[in-house]
Design a protein around this ligand. Sequence first.
Ligand SMILES: *Cc1c(COP(=O)(O)O)cnc(C)c1O
Length: 244
Amino acid sequence: MLRTAVRMSRASELATNYSAVKTAVSSLSPTTRLVCVSKYKPASDIQAVYDLGQRHFGENYVQELMEKVAALPQEVQWHFIGSLQSNKCAQLAKGIPNLWVETVDGEKKAKKLNDARAQSEHEAPVHVFVQVNTSGEAQKSGMEPEDVPKVVDYILKECPKLKLAGLMTIGSIEQSKGSEENKDFATLVQIRDSLEQALDITGLELSMGMSSDYEEAIKQGSTNVRIGSTIFGGRKTKEEVKSQ
Ligand SMILES: *Cc1c(COP(=O)(O)O)cnc(C)c1O
């Protein structure tokens, strides 16, 4: 009895948070995709939000993601948004039917994802974003802007099992706090524009914006926002999880 009551209240808390974010995103841009970032949160949280109609979820850690894939409906569109290791590419591409990898940062990893997908039972291509370091901070992951055209070209020409979705960035914390235009997001827009011109393509997406800065990101053209704590609440840090 008590357990049911607790579970009910968690589900209603998630419903309230989710619908507020969903409304905020779609009122700014009806076509921007909302990815609910569920790292460190239980599969039951994801199921509750899935039951409200949400299909796109984001995860940062391969093992945690694989456990959730096994526990949740096949229809989930999983976005891998964590730091991508070469030796984990095959596991992702082989094991997940509906997969988006937002953190591709080089040709080798693109090739590993492509080759593993070719050997898998899954027909659907892996959607990929190339991650760009727009803030220039040394500790930020992602490719240097000048290295992006080559990997994009490689994905388009050499990776039939990958579907290039667009470019992704995280941006600096400092830029996410200001109320003016976010320079890191503006940089990603600029890189996208010159890339489309150089390669004579259109329609590249921009994955930018998290809980603290998604409204500004959408105003600057984001088509894919990744929102965690505003929906699921605060979470432990990586260090806190490790020390348990
Ligand atoms: C954790 C994470 C998010 C979500 O962050 P919140 O601030 O909780 O919305 C988005 N993108 C990436 C790459 C993340 O690692």
